[in-house]
Design a binder for this molecule. Sequence first.
Ligand code: GDD
Ligand code: MN
Length: 375
Amino acid sequence: MTTPPSAQTRAATPAPRLSVIVPCYNERDNVAEMVRRLSAALTGIAWEVVFVDDDSPDGTAAIARAIAAIDPRVRCLRRIGRRGLASAVIEGVLSSCAAIVAVIDGDLQHDETRLPDMLALLDQGGVDVVVASRFAAGGDAAGLADAKRLRISNAGIKIAQIVLGQKLSDPMSGYFMVQRELFEDIAPRMTGQGFKILLDMLLSAPNRLRVQEIGARFRPREAGESKLSPLVMVQFASLLVDKLLGGRIPPRFLAFAMVGAVGLVVHLAALKLAGSAGFGFDTAQTLATLVAMIANFQLNNRLTYRDQRLRGPALWRGMAVFMLVCGFGAFANIGIARALYHGEHATKLAAGVTGAVIGLVWNYAVSSTLVWGRR
Ligand code: GDD
Ligand code: MN
């Protein structure tokens, strides 16, 4: 029996020294070009590329797989029911085997011709991570679409530098290279949430990593569109808060609590509105409670549980369950606060806060399993 041709090709392909991890969402028009450019940039280096696609509606995965079928250096990891650049990168790295991994965007904005120089820097030793920086010598940020994008980016960089306590010109870069063993060690501590995988890695490392920067151009995007959104910025904030708190409190709980605080404002506004519309207090309070619950559900669905966002019929079912759970949470909150206060175990404030915290934990714990996370 003869070996099938594809197996012969694989046997003839040397084990890769460099795995390039490419997160993609709706990048169908960029995949083939990406492979072409990597191929040109990495001559003389044994490499592989892993496209990690979150089941993009535009069929990115099908295209990557079609290329993989004829090019053994190419692989595609299709994730279903999840979204997120950082977690996509983590899973891509963990699925690969080369001693060194590079992470690069799939939209051709990062200058792939810098890869060999990055590899050379790692090979020299004494460095844990090589970061391609838009702001180091030889780099540029031409690809940042407009002045607003530039301002947002600069503000993010300042905040990240403070939290990191490390002088990095571009801590928000999504283009870097690292020893896979090191990444594997840090991976279990990473939050995996949001857009900022480099920052997540640096902040999650038990010891400060030795970072070397190298200038790289950030080109304007040619095809497809950016996924940066206000939600991404909220996720960025929650990553920083989580790491500042030493990872003791789950970031999702923090997001849930922040949404709860917004819900309180919504509640009070609705109460005032209903009052001025002539409703009695009890009716106004009931209406305000319902409005606040709906607002909380929507915000949690879009922010806190963005990666497991409910849509269509599941959205209505989820909202009904959420309102039941939180309704029960509100009873528990009021009941406990009353018992504490009337039993003279606590002052008004302490009783109120205890009731609210218990209600919050209940709402979070139960809704995270019954409303979201049911896959
Ligand atoms: N699998 C997966 N899942 N990939 C994603 C997701 C997702 O939810 N969201 C975005 N991506 C992919 C995109 O398809 C693209 O290949 C890459 O991640 C970066 O996304 P863009 O939407 O193009 O990001 P950007 O251009 O706004 O931001 C870039 O610049 C930042 C610095 O300002 C990225 O390189 C960031 O990593 C970088 O921090
Ligand atoms: Mn981009």
